[in-house]
Design a protein around this ligand. Structure first.
Ligand SMILES: [Zn+2]
Length: 400
């Protein structure tokens, strides 16, 4: 980290000794886990004392410093305003009466980091630590993960998502509060990259499919509060072993709320769904993994669709196809993520596996195009969309 976090913490808290460890996960920020090693000196001013009390109730905290570029790609500018968005989202979870606060209370197996300190001038966000636990990718690919744990995880996450997405009617003022023009630019660049991946994979109609994805993103209706960056890396899983024969219990921590706010109601489901789809298409998949992924997915969608029937109109399904499609293309071709899908060397459209995954993503965009044009074969394809458990919930009569 280029920022001197130790000096910053000493001045903020008057705790002199800290153990600081880099956390490699995030692409956007410099992130560390910090543990206080000594107690505070007594001759501190009032402001610092407050912070000491706050910090003393946690054995460790997570500190994010947001540079004005992507930490892992310094050539790519990215406004630190994203941290204002994350701080605001985490704050909303703390406000009694807010829909997010209520959602969290209704979902005791879900954890969200507690916002402890935000310093906008230094772009520093300090939050409670969700723990050094595996993420969802580690769990789904672990040969010791039981099918019952996979079922519980899918259910817990699906229930939280449907509760969060429906927790509050989104107002124009909410949309403005979470508006981040720079994050929109980053997402448009992501879609532009997906278009290049489709071209490189030999998708002949890459231009029209890419235009569909971009037009949809720009004009999407922001009707639900979404996490906005929901993939395996932002879902942290704690499994609590029980001593007797009771089922082990799960706790899911959800981190990285920088893209949170009012969004298309299908955004979170499309993004997590495309990662599940890619993992289920992976040549690295074992038969045990297959059982775990299918069980997780079934429970995720069952919990989600059981509770949200009234809001799932044709617009929702259209969004789900489009966003699943370009998210899938992007995650398949993105060098930083594609080692999850195959063991080949290289980057971008590097092998036949990645190429095939990009073609499947493109097919989802094509289904949305044909469905929008009212072609019946689009509906049939939609209902049989290979590799997604959610396609079983697609109502064939939705356009009647
Ligand atoms: Zn490969």
């Amino acid at each position: 980290m280029t920022f001197d976090i130790l000096t910053y913490l000493r001045e903020l808290t008057a705790i002199k000794e800290w153990e600081i460890k880099d956390l490699a996960g995030g692409a956007a920020n410099f992130t560390v886990r910090a543990r206080p090693l000594s107690s505070a000196s007594l001759d501190v001013n009032g402001a610092a004392k407050l912070d000491i009390e706050l910090f003393n109730s946690y054995s460790s905290v997570v500190i994010k410093q947001a540079p004005d570029y992507l930490a892992k790609s310094p050539g790519f500018p990215f406004s630190p305003y994203r941290q204002v968005i994350e701080a605001q989202a985490l704050q909303w979870f703390l406000i009694s009466g807010n829909g997010l606060h209520t959602t969290l209370a209704q979902n005791p197996c879900i954890r969200v980091p507690q916002m402890l300190h935000h310093d906008r001038s230094s772009s520093i966000l300090i939050q409670s630590d969700l723990g050094a636990v595996p993420n969802l990718y580690n769990i789904l690919t672990d040969p010791t993960t039981s099918v019952s744990i996979a079922a519980d995880l899918g259910h817990v996450i699906g229930q939280f998502l449907v509760d969060m997405h429906g927790c509050t009617p989104v107002t124009q003022s909410d949309i403005e509060k979470f508006q981040n023009a720079d994050a929109e630019r980053v997402m448009e660049a992501t879609i532009a990259q997906a278009i290049i991946f489709m071209r490189d994979a030999g998708v002949t109609d890459f231009r029209s499919l890419g235009q569909l994805a971009l037009d949809h993103w720009i004009s999407r209706k922001k009707t639900a509060f979404a996490q906005g960056d929901l993939w395996f890396g932002t879902l942290l899983v704690e499994i609590n072993k029980t001593r007797n024969n009771d089922r082990d219990s799960v706790v899911v921590g959800i981190c990285d709320w920088e893209f949170a706010g009012p969004n298309d109601s299908a955004a979170d489901l499309a993004q997590l769904g495309c990662y599940l789809h890619l993992l289920s298409s992976s040549p690295l998949k074992t038969s045990h993994m297959d059982e775990v992924i299918v069980t997780f997915s079934k429970n995720l969608y069952e919990a989600y669709f059981a509770c949200s029937k009234t809001r799932l109109d044709s617009g929702f399904w259209n969004s789900l196809f489009i966003m699943h499609g370009w998210e899938m293309v992007n995650a398949a071709g993105w060098s930083a993520r594609q080692d999850m899908w195959c063991a080949c060397k290289g980057h971008g459209v590097r092998c036949s596996h990645i190429k095939e995954m990009i073609h499947v993503g493109a097919e989802f965009l094509r289904i949305a195009l044909s469905t929008a044009e009212g072609k019946p074969e689009g509906f049939a394809q939609a209902h049989n969309a290979n590799g997604t458990e959610w396609s079983r919930y697609f109502p064939l009569d939705i356009y009647n």
